[in-house]
Write a protein that binds this ligand. Structure first.
Ligand code: CDT
Length: 303
């Protein structure tokens, strides 16, 4: 067996007034709890350093850029890397990334994977950006990811780390089977993802009562159909008056949830994940080389 002990570190709300230092202190507390439970890695949510700012329309770029990190690690996030190295624990962290690339400023909804020595081993930029690009005042709150971020340009890579094949995605990506399959085709054994999901979806309020069901449904299906562990981590609770789902959980390659948070606050769900549990699925029902029929799937990439 190849055991990776994982802590899914759910966060309760982060308010607009909370400083980066206050949030990093919460992340450090969860990281220390995880290390105390002999975890190899702690997984934090999407945009884990600030409130979920796409819920507000902001016209001034300077106002928007307050929520972005210009360097990673930067002065306020360095303590996470130092403490991870000291404790010998890795982490996944979602944050808003501002990068100067090709002579222009680019903004992405990003996650990184950091090893037990505090070194960044992987970076992912969110590909499926939900919501809208223009101010829609009829909504109770905005979801302006299409305005504030560019579509990720790094694909869905996987990394050899923590004794296995690791992958990342972010929030809305988890609803799309292609996300898991592209990593599945690279032999992924554990997909880590963070999310910020309002209970209420303004364009489709008829789905609201099913938000937790859909969360579990897509992650369990992705895990089973691709013979991989999935670690899904929420920023939850009533944030700036907007209720966000919890439902943080760790899912085995069988599709079964093996650990789950019980609250919508800062809380760890911990599981000893045997990466070798992927093998029987990868070699039988989901032996891709034997059973997939890519010649019949052309339409998926044709449009
Ligand atoms: N952050 C993020 O991607 N949230 C979306 C909101 C739902 S829009 C249906 C999500 O897919 O959870």
């Amino acid at each position: 067996s190849r055991i990776v002990t994982v802590a899914a570190a759910q966060l309760g709300p982060i308010e607009l007034a909370h400083s980066r230092a206050e949030v990093v202190d919460r992340l450090l507390a969860l990281m220390r709890q995880a290390a105390g439970m002999s975890c190899d890695i702690v997984v934090f949510p999407e945009l884990a350093l600030t409130t979920f700012f796409p819920r507000w329309f902001m016209a001034e770029q300077a106002e928007i850029d307050r929520f972005f990190e210009r360097e990673m690690p930067g002065p306020e996030t360095q303590p996470l890397f130092d403490e991870a190295a000291r404790l010998g624990i890795g982490f996944y962290l979602g944050y808003a990334e501002l990068a100067e690339e090709g002579g222009r400023t680019r903004r992405f909804n990003t996650s990184i994977l950091v090893d037990k020595q505090g070194r960044i081993v992987g970076k992912y930029r969110k590909i499926h950006l939900p919501g809208h690009a223009e101010h829609e005042p009829w909504r109770a709150f905005q979801h302006l990811e299409k305005r504030y971020f560019e579509t990720g340009d790094l694909g869905f890579p996987v990394w050899d780390a923590f004794g296995g094949v690791m992958g990342m995605c972010i929030c809305n990506d988890r609803r799309w089977p292609e996300t898991y399959r592209v990593m599945g085709l690279q032999g992924v054994e554990m997909i880590m993802l963070g999310y910020n999901t309002p209970v209420h979806n303004p364009p489709a309020p008829e789905h609201d009562a099913l938000s937790l069901h859909h969360n579990t449904l897509v992650m369990q299906a992705g895990a089973y159909q691709n013979a991989t562990w999935v670690v899904g981590v929420a920023k939850a609770g009533n944030e700036a008056g907007v209720p966000m789902i919890g439902g943080t959980q760790i899912i085995a390659p069988s599709g079964e949830t093996v650990a789950m948070c019980a609250t919508t606050n800062d809380e760890l769900a911990v599981a000893r994940c045997d990466l070798d549990l992927c093998t029987s699925y990868k070699e039988s029902v989901f032996n891709f080389d034997r059973h997939r029929q890519p010649a019949a799937y052309g339409l998926i990439t044709a449009r």
